[in-house]
Design a protein around this ligand. Structure first.
Ligand code: NAI
Length: 332
């Protein structure tokens, strides 16, 4: 039985990298029926729950997604955020590790950031108090904090991770970040085999660039998670070489964390690695473990050889050259 998976190719380089990933997965021998769908930016939608993407993902439970363009400072809310909220994809999982062949000042980086994905300043509750004064509401609930903590500790148990750092600013935001911490502490007590530590966000950023290898897993609220996961990605070569998954109770969306790269869209030089790595996470999620391993090995081989890398990672290959090289490795 083939898997049916929703595919949102996205904007800019999205369709180019999606096509590359589809070809590689096909070469790995996995039968997938891709249900291609739009996230809705191109059509008028009054009820986002009825958007083609939401309906498709609710049915198929799993999606692979390319980047979506979002206007800065004006325009409608981000479709990415709307999708996560509509499907209650509360856990953003971002593994960060070195990829052989990609230049980095750090070696042996191997960490997973777990970001709460549904609340905090991303609740999108902003209003004008009086002209010239606006207010953004930072929403933290015990329910969401406990849920993400349980997810993180279960993840650690499942994947043999040893230590979790909760990242916060509870010395200043005593109530909101305070509630996040007290909720996590209660969950941590139930997992005595996993070391639990807390670190203030500003110190955590410094520690991250001084010695990233001290981190095994990080557990963060939405905004801190967004910022620190990009910081962590920068330590191993940037957003082009790290994957992500947005996981909920019933559905999951796997996506590259880079954007639509409008400066190179349509030129055939985009790097599909991040989306491919996200697809590898997706294959593990649907229990296609062997295919995930095969693609991972082929990808590592192409990077170690270094002959078919795209421009962003120091090579001169096109998207097609890179894709063919991974497929060749898969077949040998
Ligand atoms: P960006 O990630 O699109 O581009 C930053 C730089 O990285 C550019 O020089 C670009 O060419 C390069 N780059 C990114 N991905 C690459 C790839 N796969 N291969 C080679 N080079 C790559 O970030 P930017 O310019 O800030 O955002 C552009 C648009 O993307 C915005 O509308 C933004 O809202 C959206 N965006 C969407 C995301 C998503 O859907 N998850 C995440 C981040 C941004």
């Amino acid at each position: 039985m083939p898997h049916t998976i929703s595919l949102i190719p996205g904007d800019g380089i999205g369709p180019e990298v999606s096509r590359a990933v589809q070809q590689i997965i096909e070469a790995a021998g996995i039968a997938i029926r891709w249900e291609e769908t739009s996230a809705g930016g191109d059509i008028e939608i009054t009820d986002f729950m009825k958007s083609p993407a939401v309906l498709s993902i609710l049915k198929n439970r799993v999606a692979l997604k390319g980047p979506l363009a979002t206007a800065v400072a004006t325009g409608p809310p981000s479709l990415n955020v709307q999708l996560r909220k509509a499907l209650d994809l509360y856990a953003n999982v971002r593994p960060v590790e070195n990829l052989a062949g990609v230049a980095s000042r750090y070696q042996n980086v191997d960490m997973v950031l777990i970001r709460e994905n549904t609340e905090d300043l991303y609740a999108g509750l902003e209003h004008t108090v009086v002209p010239g004064v606006v207010e953004s509401l930072k929403i933290i609930t015990e329910r969401a904090s406990t849920r993400i903590a349980r997810f993180a500790f279960e993840y650690a148990r499942k994947w043999g991770r040893k230590r979790i750092h909760a990242i916060h600013k509870a010395n200043i935001m005593k109530m909101s970040d305070g509630l996040f911490l007290t909720s996590i502490r209660k969950v941590a007590e139930q997992y005595p085999e996993i070391e639990y530590q807390e670190m203030i966000i500003d110190n955590a950023c410094m520690q991250m660039v001084l010695n990233p290898c001290q981190f095994d897993m990080l557990l963060l609220t939405n905004l801190y998670g967004d910022i620190m996961s990009d910081l962590a990605a920068g330590l191993v070569g940037g957003l082009g070489v790290v994957p992500s998954g947005n996981i909920g109770e019933t559905c999951a969306i796997f996506e590259a964390v880079h954007g639509t790269a409008p400066d190179i869209a349509g030129q055939g030089i985009a790097n599909p690695t991040a989306l491919l790595m996200s697809a590898i996470m997706m294959l593990r999620h649907i229990n296609e473990t062997q295919a995930a391993l095969d693609i991972e090995r082929a990808l590592q081989k192409v990077y170690t050889q270094g002959k078919n890398l795209t421009r962003d990672v120091g090579g001169s290959a096109t998207t097609a050259d890179f894709t063919e090289a991974v497929i060749r490795e898969l077949r040998t």
